[in-house]
Design a protein around this ligand. Structure first.
Ligand code: BGC
Length: 719
């Protein structure tokens, strides 16, 4: 019977796969037919922007234009066709979704999928074919202005989330555009910087999430980054686009340049860029417009190469706007708000709760001082790029009022002014870090009169922004002075930090008992935060990146490779990025990768592998029992790290190889089973140019954070 069922399943999979192959083959035949009917001018018109967010179709043949939109925090408002001003539509108010590092802090691929579905549905409602999302460059430098858009410092975590974000978007027949390929890790000099990165670091750190999003997520499009890698612009980088992406990974979709990120006609056309995008016309003068026609006529680019690019574009169009079951979509629905809430409530990280002040007891807390500019600020727009014209956004004060307003008297004091604009010069922004004593005194006066004070600080969408990096890790706007003064006035002070990247929390960690980390957390941010403060939601987020004690501890800074010299930077730290660096070099971080508390406790027992000896072709089944030993239900993120004992090559102290987020009822124990491919334990050998699984002993760790190892086991790999 068992064999009969297995047989039926195999037959079904086979029939299904061959049906899919037939449809693919039929589609390719159809596409060839269309290409044959096109003139060279019509083909080339499809290969470059025809407006800020459009590239041309061929109306004569019924081929629609391709529409693009940002990403990644929600579907961007409609811009005027030419330029960057609002088209002033009344139907483009969207859902603001939690930022990238917030999604990463959920450590929950289901949340990334939810994010994707909302993006896809809203893109359809706006007739957008390509969503310029998700963005998941590795967080190499804590100061990078776009860290908030990106996911984490770990390639495996990034990959697992990216796969699901892409699948979610594309489930709606909208193309995801994964970005920025590759290593757009700093905003300073992003348009000119030449990054010297060894192949091992590229293969092990900067490329795996892109590989996963393509091979397992089936991403239809990818955006080449602004920077150069090893001497070549990413939009004309033979190694990246031709060798790795299209040949090794078998990418079938379109490579789109970042806006204004194309630099040559022939070089880019011949190594794999498919579409040149940018801002201003005259569009027919762009590299992939008239100069490309001339290059074909001069024999520098073959018409076959042009046909190949057009084929890819048509393939994407047939999977999106011209797919048989194209969906109508919907925008800013209550369901989308609920999805944003779910993601936000899983992303909030409890950093410290020493006095068990949280969750707040509504029977006892009768008055609350809500303090800080971030309590009333919204985060959907700001800086350059990644803005969302949002239908609504619940700020922290509104959330706290809605959850505590019936049981407590709630008063607000601004506490500090955020005098900083991303578009200002340093001189214009001068003094942004000075405390405002009048506002501090007012806040102190209020905090003295209330049962608790909630101080909302951090950064905002001007201070963290595309196109520039922060100068240092310090909390801006005189926030530390505010925190000190309010904490002295009211020992029951809760610090809530809203930001998208690491900050210097040394002093707060030392002096404050209660610290909560929220993000640019979307349309429902305030409600999710208030539910965590109240205990309606048990916090379950964990940090997706390391907080260094000092900026100088951070690898790129310690090795003096940031922001580079004469527009070149050498990634001297190699594979030692994020916790890989801190652990290997034995540098204690302020908060480590994977750190986050809960209102309950979890105990780990019985870490086991299904065997003791494996071959490189095997899968390791890892099991560990996790008990909720507290009195409330909670979600734990079980992290599995692996380390090679006595490696013959230099390797990181440990690497994340699996994780799982699980809800556990109080007192209950859940067995967690995860699989690891032995082949995923390989390192990339630069000399041999291939992945090598080292034989010998490996250490396996089940952990609650990268520094909180709860169980250890060992296994062997033979040749
Ligand atoms: C950004 C991209 C964005 C594009 C279009 C560029 O400046 O780097 O991430 O998608 O603009 O707005």
């Amino acid at each position: 019977m068992k064999y009969a069922i297995a047989g039926v399943i195999i037959l079904f999979l086979f029939v299904n796969a061959s049906a899919q192959n037939n449809t693919e083959a039929a589609l390719q035949v159809k596409i060839s037919g269309i290409i044959k009917k096109m003139t060279l001018e019509e083909k080339v018109a499809m290969l470059h922007g025809s407006a800020t967010f459009y590239s041309a179709g061929v109306p004569r043949l019924g081929i629609p234009e391709v529409s693009y939109d940002d990403g990644p925090l929600g579907v961007r408002r409609e811009e005027e066709r030419f330029g960057w001003n609002s088209a002033n539509w009344t139907t483009d108010s969207a859902t603001f979704l939690p930022n990238g590092s917030a999604i990463a802090a959920t450590w929950n691929p289901e949340m990334a999928h939810k994010y994707g579905v909302v993006m896809g549905e809203e893109a359809n409602a706006r007739n957008k074919i390509v969503m310029l999302a998700p963005a998941f460059n590795i967080c190499r430098i804590p100061l990078c202005g776009r860290t908030y858009e990106y996911y984490s410092e770990d390639p495996y975590l990034n990959g697992q989330l990216a796969i699901q974000a892409v699948k979610g978007i594309q489930s709606q027949h909208v193309a995801a555009c994964i970005k920025h390929f590759a290593a757009n890790n700093q905003e300073v000099n992003r348009g000119v910087i030449n990054e010297i990165i060894d192949e091992r670091a590229l293969r092990e750190i900067y490329l795996p999430a892109f590989k996963a999003a393509i091979e397992q997520g089936d991403a239809y499009t990818i955006m080449s980054a602004y920077n150069k890698i090893n001497g070549y612009w990413c939009s004309e980088n033979d190694f990246l686009l031709d060798k790795v992406l299209k040949t090794e990974w078998g990418f079938k979709g379109i490579v789109i340049s970042d806006w204004g990120g194309t630099h040559h006609t022939v070089a880019a056309a011949n190594v794999g860029l498919d579409v040149e995008m940018g801002s201003n016309g005259p569009y027919d003068q762009w590299y992939f417009a008239k100069p490309l026609i001339a290059a074909v006529k001069a024999g520098q680019v073959s018409e076959k190469t042009i046909d190949e690019k057009v084929r890819r574009i048509l393939w994407v169009i047939y999977h999106t706007s011209m797919s048989a079951d194209h969906l109508k979509g919907s925008i800013a629905t209550p369901e989308h708000g609920k999805a944003a809430y779910d993601i936000a409530s899983e992303s909030i990280v409890l950093l410290k709760n020493d006095d068990h002040l949280l969750p707040l007891n509504t029977d006892k807390v009768k008055s609350i001082a809500v303090i800080g500019d971030n309590a009333t600020r919204t985060f959907a727009t700001g800086g350059f790029g990644a803005s969302v014209k949002v239908k609504y956004e619940v700020n922290a004060l509104a959330g706290i009022r809605s959850r505590f307003g019936k049981t407590a008297d709630i008063k607000f004091a601004q506490g500090y002014k955020a005098n900083y604009l991303a578009s200002n010069t340093a001189e214009q922004n001068a003094g942004y870090d000075k405390p405002d004593m009048a506002l501090i005194n007012e806040a102190v006066g209020l905090a003295k009169t209330t049962d608790v004070a909630i101080v909302c600080i951090g950064s905002n969408r001007e201070y963290e922004s595309e196109n520039h990096d922060r100068k240092n890790l310090e909390l801006p706007f005189g926030e530390q002075a505010l925190v000190n003064a309010v904490t002295a006035a009211n020992p029951k002070t809760i610090i809530v930090i809203m930001a998208g990247a690491p900050y210097d929390l040394n002093e707060i960690k030392k002096t404050n008992s209660t610290i909560v980390w929220s993000w640019f957390n979307g349309t429902e941010a305030g409600n999710a935060l208030a539910d965590v403060l109240k205990g309606a939601v048990n916090p379950s987020g964990k940090m997706p990146f390391t907080f260094p004690v000092s900026m100088n501890d951070s690898p790129a800074i310690a090795l003096n490779t940031y922001p580079g010299k004469d527009t070149t930077t050498t990634y001297k730290e190699g594979i030692l990025v994020g916790y890989r660096w801190y652990d290997t070099k034995k540098i204690d971080p302020l908060y480590c990768f994977g750190y986050g508390l809960s209102y309950t406790n979890f105990t780990y027992t019985g870490l086991l592998t299904d065997k003791k000896d494996y071959t490189p072709a095997d899968k390791i089944a890892v099991s560990v029992k996790v008990k909720n030993s507290g009195s409330v239900a909670g979600k734990e993120i079980v992290q599995i790290y692996v380390s090679k004992v006595n490696s013959a090559v230099s390797r990181a102290d440990k690497e994340l190889k699996a994780f799982r987020k699980i809800m556990i009822a109080p007192g209950k124990t859940i067995p967690v089973i995860m699989n690891i491919n032995v082949s995923d334990l390989a390192y990339f050998d630069d000399m041999l140019g291939k992945w090598v699984v080292e034989p010998g002993e490996y250490k396996l760790m089940a952990a609650s954070s990268s520094k909180d190892i709860r169980q250890i086991a060992a296994f062997n790999v033979s040749k």
